[in-house]
Design a binder for this molecule. Structure first.
Ligand SMILES: [Zn+2]
Length: 381
């Protein structure tokens, strides 16, 4: 019987507010607190969890950005812009095109075109081209926790994010039963999917939480049979807010008369729009107009710096416009219709906060950058 195992379980969108309200596995994981999240999405938060670095340093934030002059990997899709919206917008068509592009470009990371209009793609680039879980996958060059674990010489394993939760949970349990690994990282995403679809309070979501709790207990029990000491840690990247308001800022913006590709480039994420401008005059017109709109707010450089998202080259946008918690752009480049619950709001909002829960006292985890040191320490003790 091995002495000790540290099991790190990532649960996408298991927010502090939701977990507290549901008193989620309080007996199993009594050491628990709110964990501050970051501005952005899982694409921002997960690289921070894996490296301990801030977004402006690891270089990941959101998937789409303005492409450098004539360097868009989507240039050849220009003709698809003329497809009838009904065909171009169909998710099966978009999934096929996404797969085709990923294969042709040699992308190894998560790649999905979402609802980005084909006519806008030739002006855009994609930022997560490599698998962030593999060596060399982080844009800023930081090594992930898995490279540190590998170097420590301790046996370790992790999930494959391409597989389903049941498959990854089975894999984790099989590894625990073998009794070799001392470090394990389990990736789960079902809570996020269930809440996006049904909202934070719904029988289907209750069921997803119950199933997850059962799986956590089963993992803990299995580990207790094969290890003298089991240290279980559960954490998330961000929370989730029920959507109660839709913003039609995008169609209103398009009536302003500025031309995409000539005057400006923009990416409309579900809760945030990011802009690049051709010159100062456009910048002024756009900024003034955006500041007048009541839908959300233009983020200042001070706010972005405070969030660790003041990217030195403005790679992710010269101007960020953010909606308040519970509001959603419909349409956006991410979704064409309303989604029941969403994340990606001001990180200080209670519904945005992530959660840290553990069976044991650890180094303090008050924000996402502090998960990495706990995972590193587990490899050295
Ligand atoms: Zn999500």
């Amino acid at each position: 019987m091995k002495a000790k195992i540290d099991i790190f379980i990532f649960a996408d969108a298991l927010g502090w507010n939701i977990a507290s309200r549901r008193k989620f596995v309080e007996d199993l994981l009594p050491v628990r607190n709110r964990c501050e999240t970051l501005l952005g999405y899982s694409s921002t938060c997960d690289p921070t969890i894996l490296t301990g670095a801030l977004p402006q340093d690891h270089g990941h934030f959101s998937f789409f950005v303005k492409a450098k002059e004539n360097q868009s990997p989507f240039k050849s899709l220009r003709h698809l812009g003329f497809l009838p919206e009904l065909v171009a917008g169909h998710h099966r068509v978009r999934n096929k095109v996404s797969k085709f592009i990923a294969a042709r470009q040699g992308y190894t990371g998560y790649f999905q075109l979402y609802s980005v209009p084909f006519s806008k793609l030739p002006y855009l680039d994609y930022t997560e081209k490599k698998d962030i879980y593999e060596p060399g996958g982080i844009n800023g060059g930081q090594r992930t926790i898995f490279e540190h674990w590998q170097e420590s010489g301790k046996p370790w394993t992790r999930s494959n994010w391409r597989l389903s939760d049941p498959e990854n949970i089975d894999h984790a349990k099989r590894e625990i039963e073998k009794g070799d690994v001392e470090l394990l990282y389990l990736f789960t995403a079902r809570l996020d999917a269930a809440m996006h679809r049904y909202g934070t309070d719904h029988p289907q979501v209750d069921e997803a939480f119950d199933t997850f709790a059962k799986n956590l207990r089963s993992i803990a029990d299995t580990a207790a049979r094969h290890y003298q000491e089991v240290r279980l840690h559960l954490f998330s990247d961000h929370g989730m807010a029920d959507v109660h308001q839709c913003s039609d800022l995008l169609p209103r913006w398009e009536k302003l008369g500025l031309k995409f590709g000539r005057d400006y480039t923009a990416v409309w994420d579900s809760t945030m729009a990011r802009f690049w401008f051709a010159d100062d005059s456009v910048r002024k017109t756009a900024t003034t107009w955006l500041q007048e709109q009541k839908d959300g707010q233009v983020l200042t450089d001070e706010q972005l710096a405070g969030y660790g998202c003041l990217f030195p080259d403005r790679k992710f946008g010269e101007l960020f416009y953010l909606l308040p918690s519970g509001s959603l752009f419909v349409p956006s480049f991410l979704n064409q219709r309303k989604v029941t619950a969403m994340h990606g709001y001001a990180p200080e909002h209670i519904d945005s906060a992530a959660a840290w829960m553990s069976s044991h006292e650890t180094l303090p985890v008050q924000n996402l950058t502090q998960i990495f040191p706990v995972m590193r320490k587990a490899a050295s003790s």
